[in-house]
Design a protein around this ligand. Sequence first.
Ligand code: SF4
Ligand code: SF4
Length: 82
Amino acid sequence: MVRFEISIDHSRCSDPLGCGICLKICPTAVFVARPSQMFKFRETPGALYRIKPLYASMCTGCMECAVKCPAGAVRVERSNVR
Ligand code: SF4
Ligand code: SF4
């Protein structure tokens, strides 16, 4: 069975909500944007959101996210799972 390991270099992805290309482009909706911190009585600033490959098991390996990410922050690697 072929699976894909997806990693995000958060130091390169500085404005995940402003960009969001990987969120929109993935045909199987692998990615979500989640706040990395929560604050009492105020919203989390956009820069503190992080892209997570929450549904990585749905990845088909099309590589669109890695190719289209303007920051080169997405890596998709094939991993063989028995
Ligand atoms: S390689 Fe394709 S299917 Fe997999 S996470 Fe990226 S855009 Fe989605
Ligand atoms: S496409 Fe790249 S820079 Fe844009 S939100 Fe996704 S990981 Fe961040």
